[in-house]
Write a protein that binds this ligand. Structure first.
Ligand code: PA5
Ligand code: NI
Length: 197
């Protein structure tokens, strides 16, 4: 890893960084317990452990002052009516923000704070999204054919807290409705657990 300035490119149409250190693949099995329609989830998983999303990471030391960057690619697909999505997380150092730049595709960023504020912002090519400190975030791909591709950057000491979302879920979900994508309250959200200290 260099401590000198460096550049890389995000060549269209694949937008895979010209240099990267990690390629993470997340499959249906990684979304266990997260999907609205658990029966549809089990049936799909029994057929095939499909690839749901991928991340290309550019490594930096995970210390304050450094910035971690990469490209996130959520593939098109649905579990029941629910569009393919990332696991989603809070940052372990909760007071850290994240910047997203959407390079390709259509979708949403589902966000919430520990206090229960929620926000869902649209993502499409050219749109920049600022996720302020304290907001958990999950990308959702709503296109039927195209990947949702975002470039992201965040403080390298932030860390990922997946456990809170694995336990409680997100308060809002994005599902396929009769007139396109719909944002609904998550009927499986673990209200009770959320109130516990
Ligand atoms: O740092 C981020 O928020 C992104 O790079 C995500 O990690 C990426 O989109 C994959 O999502 P998750 O980490 O929730 O699996
Ligand atoms: Ni993040």
């Amino acid at each position: 890893m260099t401590d000198l300035p460096f550049t890389f490119t995000l060549p269209m149409p694949e937008v895979i960084p010209s240099n990267y250190d990690n390629h993470i693949e997340r499959r249906l099995s990684d979304l266990r317990g997260q999907c609205l329609d658990q029966e549809a989830y089990a049936a799909m998983l029994a057929q095939e452990n499909s690839l749901v999303y991928e991340v290309y990471e550019i490594k930096r030391p995970e210390i304050a002052g450094e910035i971690l960057m990469g490209v996130s690619i959520v593939h098109p697909g649905k579990v029941g009516r629910e569009f393919y999505m990332t696991k989603g997380h809070f940052h372990t150092v909760i007071n850290t923000a994240e910047l997203y730049y959407c390079l390709r595709g259509e979708g949403f960023m589902v966000m919430e704070t520990p206090e229960g504020d929620t926000d869902v912002q649209p993502l499409s090519s050219g749109r920049v999204l600022y996720v302020p400190p304290r907001w958990a975030h999950r990308s959702v791909c709503t296109s039927r054919q195209e990947d949702l591709v975002t470039f992201f950057a965040y403080p390298a000491n932030a860390g990922h807290d997946y456990g809170t979302i694995e336990q409680l879920g997100f308060r809002k979900l994005v599902v396929d409705g009769s007139r396109g994508p719909e944002i609904i309250d998550n009927p499986r959200y673990q209200e009770q657990a959320a109130r516990e200290p």
